[in-house]
Write a protein of this length. Structure first.
Length: 322
């Protein structure tokens, strides 16, 4: 009884000011560039999708229809990614105090899951086609696949132009890359069919390309899922953060109750408790901790609770224990 707790809550910048809460000004311009790139890519993909569906039906090519299936998900993925960029630029409000950045992560997660679903469908159709082969018009297949490849290359260049893509754009890029590989497979299958007449090459190449894209789909889905589950950033170990702050920040005797997560791929958030002496101003300690977190660990928003004796959350236990 009678202990002086003296904890002060201090919040870092980034609680709903400006176009994106806590994000640098460059994030806003980057979001605008991403929005334009994604919209143009979606338009190109939709036009090519219609051509490939028609060509696949006329030629009887599964590889071409599989490529069109990829393009269908590409178009949906690009539109979803475009919508995510638009939503992410909305300012924070009283209901969503961190803003809408997480929408882009959600879009990336959805696009990753879509790739798994489409891959499973293509593999199923390819296996069925192996046991029940049909006639394939190699010439028509080759022409349409070549047009699809050209559009995919242009779309890939559009999405790659203008700096490092974030998780949302990378997921959209993965859809386009998988479709580009699908076009390559369709062209390869068309050439083999034209010269040898061996139609099983069509479903075989479809399966090979599908397997190639699954690893990348898994990586995108896993990264987005980790953020959605409030996991700590992969390159940030809270145990190292504790040691670093205790060793480098003056007047800090101990750090505990550290929690770290990400709002989006590049917006790191952290909360922690810091133990210091009674005669040290809590504002000074909190400011020093936040500066260190920003410089050493890239944390854009931190909430620091400064305590002098006992931790308010420890039910009488010593503050220095994690």
């Amino acid at each position: 009884m009678g202990h002086h707790h003296g904890h002060a809550h201090s919040h870092g910048s980034g609680h709903g000011h400006g176009p994106r809460a806590g994000g640098p000004e460059s994030d806003v311009s980057s979001g605008g560039r991403n929005e334009r790139r994604l919209l143009l890519a979606a338009a190109l993909t939709t036009v090519t999708l219609l051509a490939e569906v028609a060509g696949g039906i006329i030629s009887g090519s599964l590889a071409l229809l599989a490529d069109a299936g990829h393009m269908l998900t590409d178009a949906a993925a690009l539109i979803l990614a475009w919508l995510a960029v638009r939503f992410a630029r909305h300012p924070a409000d009283w209901k969503r105090t961190y803003g809408f950045d997480r929408f882009e992560v959600l879009a990336a997660f959805a696009n990753g899951l879509a790739l798994f679903f489409i891959s499973a469908m293509i593999c199923y159709e390819a296996i069925e086609r192996m046991f029940n082969p049909v006639e394939v018009l190699g010439g028509t297949m080759l022409i349409i696949a070549a047009i699809g490849l050209l559009v995919n290359v242009v779309t890939l260049l559009i999405l790659n132009h203008g700096g490092d893509p974030n998780l949302n754009v990378r997921a959209a890029l993965l859809h386009v890359m998988s479709d580009l590989l699908g076009s390559v497979a369709a062209i390869g299958a068309a050439v083999v069919i034209l010269y040898t007449g061996w139609t099983p090459i069509d479903p075989i190449l479809s399966i090979v390309i599908t397997l190639l894209i699954l690893r990348s789909a898994w990586l995108i889905t896993k990264e987005a899922g980790h953020i959605l589950l409030e996991g700590a950033p992969n390159d940030l170990d809270v145990r190292e953060v504790q040691k670093d702050l205790e060793a480098t920040v003056p007047d800090v005797q101990g750090v505990h109750h550290i929690h770290a997560w990400s709002l989006s791929e590049n917006r790191r958030v952290m909360t922690l408790h810091a133990l210091t002496c009674d005669n040290v101003p809590p504002e000074r300690v909190a400011a020093a901790i936040k500066e260190r977190l920003k410089q050493a660990f890239g944390v854009v928003h931190a909430t620091v609770e400064v305590e002098h004796r006992e931790c308010a959350d420890a039910e009488g236990k010593a503050c220095g224990k994690v």
